[in-house]
Design a binder for this molecule. Sequence first.
Ligand code: H2B
Ligand code: FE
Length: 289
Amino acid sequence: EAIKIPRSIEEVDNGSLLGFGDDLAEDHPGYLDEEYKARRVMIGNLGRSHKVGQEIPRLQYTDTEIATWKEILDSLEEFFPRFACKEYLDAYALCDFSKEEVPQLQDMSELLQKQSGWSIRPVAGLLHPRDFLNGLAFKTFHSTQYMRHHSKPMYTPEPDVCHELIGHVPMLLNPQYAQLAHEIGLASLGASEKDIWHLTKVYWYTIEFGVVMQEGEAKAFGAGIISSYGEIQHQGAGKATLQKLDPYSKLPKMSYKDGYQQLYMTLDSFEDGVKLLRNFASSRPKSCA
Ligand code: H2B
Ligand code: FE
């Protein structure tokens, strides 16, 4: 099948989901909660029917959902000053998150547009990697809008609105980091299946689990570290292996389920990371260019 290269964000499909979608797996914390599942379907449908250019519908989060948001934020804030990189701390301050309500994707999208020219597009769940990466090429971040299950506030097996808003959105306010994400996206346009898999790993070791060297220490910028109560302490404790990111090399297999990462890839700085990924992206042969 021919690889389609989208020419605009409208041509990137936001409906092709991996993983759960509406049917939660047996080990998902919300598996037996019919009310939770119905709400996810409702919120997912809002994402599915969203058209580029429209405002993202505002959700009235329930008291239970707001309590989850507050609990996560309260717990993580304790660790940010020690373990997050300085760009994250600045960006987090700029977000000025309330704990009395869950921020609206529309408001965060407007803040992003103003700061770095990026937009948020709502999506019903874990998006297909090609579509997700292609979105980055159009400075668009596909974001879920539903909340994780309240029974496990510190755990989610999939992206949820807390992971997106705490982990991803703040860093995208930083123009250099946003550039880095853009380069990964550009490299994905028209890429072969094999290259999409490689770029998924590049994404994993930077945007999701990246660390940057600052004053001799590896500081977190990856959303999977920043937005996780356990992972941020694990990474901050400094026991995992560090390895300088080399996008040209074969990258190690990603581990999704077996606890925390045992290996983090480092950037010397965001400036350095942008250069590295720009050179890498422009050296990629396009399978159908
Ligand atoms: N979809 C959504 N909704 N959020 C993500 O963070 C995400 C995704 N990450 N799809 C992508 C896949 C990533 O794991 C790579 C590119 O496959
Ligand atoms: Fe993520």
